[in-house]
Design a protein around this ligand. Structure first.
Ligand code: NAD
Length: 485
């Protein structure tokens, strides 16, 4: 194994009113790929820390709101340079606290940079004021920021998921208090300390912590907007808490994305492109491919070819250059995914374990799971109907296209989805009938993302959209003014 990047664990504290707070109440965060080592020591905040951060954001709001859209866009561009320039320094730490492989961490920084730049490029056009002037009246419709926004993010892609809230919130004149996940807060907070340095004090604040910090944010009377990404179960708490003071919420939640392979799909191309969508980030991506539907007549050919490819995967520490993917992020994740695999095995489905352990002697010192393919399983099995969030993929045979569509839509979730075909018209016709926030044709991975496409889910996958103008619209109110003549 060639891991050399095991630096001394940094100590990281909150960021309030432009100041890095001296870290106290520290918690050791183990490296999920080498549990016997500590990746970072992070401060765990309290409701008092949240209150100080929210008050700092509230004090900074009027001046930030009154900056012109062009000024805010220019500062976001500066922030994007900070993110782009920090990847090299911080991606290794992100690997050690998250578990994923290095290119995935670098992609997180790259996507985050792109979100900042794309949002900044749209701000001035977004703030175009509508004016209607006729014999009777003068009407003016303006967009106004909401005030203090709270962002709560998960651990799986912390940088880009943060920027998907930070960029639209700050671009539109809100100030922000962000809570990272305690499972990936060090590299993110260190990055945000650098970003905050190009902004006025109080515009961007960070309080690290658990549920106490999250609840204090969602219930704070001065918070007017919540941007949340995480699990659907947590989102129900966030919504209930926000309801008490009628806060606006944007929720980006879990998914159980179907990939439907039609009978005219090029199987080699489909597999080449779909594999990354299944196993990248060890399957811990909200819009990962989570269930595959294949025509019965092609089922064995498809699954055999899938298994042949997955057999080449090598699982190891994220800083091992030979690793295809790394360990799962945390113990709860590891227990949930390994229990699900055990339960699927006992259900009678054929569960195929593949791939190679890069460091067999260190295997039990991390949350490692080999890639699995579940064959001969049904649409209504547990593994097909839940969000597995791990490196295990069920493949289900279908008899006709109508059945495949019905099964694709038979879910409480509706985040991403894909259809695979060599006929563009057929693909588009099928895609339009899928119940999801996004449907991709012949792609379903990071490379499917296009910042011009609003991103979000329907049903229990969420409320609202991120990216671009749709993302900014979540952080403003329309203010209508009418003068009678
Ligand atoms: P999680 O719901 O456990 O935690 C998300 C965040 O909420 C964390 O910061 C957590 O500390 C915080 N939190 C927990 N309890 C809270 C409470 N009562 N009030 C306020 N905040 C609270 O999710 P996770 O395990 O960190 O992430 C995995 C989940 O996130 C998966 O379901 C995944 O699909 C989803 N996700 C969705 C998207 C998307 O864009 N739709 C993107 C990434 C991840």
């Amino acid at each position: 194994m060639t891991i050399t990047d095991h630096a001394i664990a940094p100590q990281v504290g909150h960021l309030i009113d432009g100041q890095a707070v001296e870290p106290t109440n520290l918690r050791d965060h183990p490296d999920p790929g080498r549990l016997s080592t500590v990746a970072a020591r992070v401060a765990i905040g309290t409701a008092d820390d949240v209150d100080r951060a929210v008050r700092a954001a509230h004090a900074a709001f009027p001046a930030w709101r009154d900056r012109s859209p062009a000024e805010r866009a220019a500062l976001l561009m500066e922030a994007s340079n900070v993110v782009a320039g920090s990847g090299e320094e911080l991606a290794g730490l992100l690997v050690r606290e998250h578990g994923g492989v290095l290119w995935e961490a670098q992609t997180d920084f790259m996507l985050g940079t792109g979100v900042l730049q794309h949002t900044a490029s749209l701000v001035e056009e977004f703030f175009t004021t509508v004016e209607l002037d006729d014999d009777q009246s003068y009407v003016r419709i303006e967009k106004a920021p909401r005030g203090v926004a709270a962002a709560i993010v998960p651990w799986n892609m912390p940088v880009v998921l943060t920027m998907m809230k930070l960029a639209p919130a700050l671009a539109t004149g809100n100030t922000l208090v962000l809570k990272p996940s305690p499972f990936a807060s060090a590299a993110l907070t260190m990055l945000l300390q650098k970003v905050a340095a190009v902004l006025p004090p109080g515009v961007l604040n960070v309080v690290i912590g658990d549920t106490e910090v999250g609840s204090a944010l969602t219930s704070h009377p001065l918070v007017r907007k919540i941007g949340f990404t995480g699990g659907t179960a947590t989102a129900t708490h966030v919504m209930k808490s926000a309801a008490d003071s009628v806060k606006n919420v944007t929720l980006e939640l879990g998914g159980n994305d179907p990939a439907v392979v039609l009978d005219d799909a090029d199987l080699e191309l489909t597999l080449d492109r779909m594999l990354g969508g299944i196993y990248t980030r060890t399957g811990q991506i909200c819009f990962a491919v989570k269930r595959v539907y294949v025509p019965r007549s092609q089922y064995d050919t498809f699954v055999d070819a899938l298994c042949d490819r997955v057999a080449n995967y090598r699982v190891g520490h994220g800083l091992d250059a030979n690793a295809t993917f790394g360990p799962l992020n945390n113990k709860a994740q590891f227990d949930r995914v390994t229990d699900l695999i055990a339960q699927t095995k006992s259900s009678g489905a054929k569960v195929v374990e593949l791939g190679e352990k890069l460091d067999p002697s260190g295997w039990d010192d991390g949350y490692y799971v080999l890639p699995h393919v579940v064959r001969d399983t049904d649409h209504d099995s547990t593994i097909t109907s839940c969000e597995q969030f791990g490196p295990v993929i069920p493949v289900v045979a279908y008899d006709d296209e109508a059945q495949a569509l019905a099964w694709a839509n038979d879910s409480d979730y509706g985040l991403g989805s894909s259809v695979w075909t060599s006929n563009p018209d057929r693909g588009l016709e099928f895609a339009r009938k899928v119940e999801a926030g996004s449907t991709f044709i012949n792609t379903h991975s990071f490379e499917s993302l296009d910042l011009r496409m609003p991103f979000g889910g329907i049903k229990q996958s969420g409320i609202g959209r991120e990216f671009g103008a749709a993302g900014m619209a979540e952080y403003v109110e329309e203010h209508s003014i009418r003068r009678l003549k």
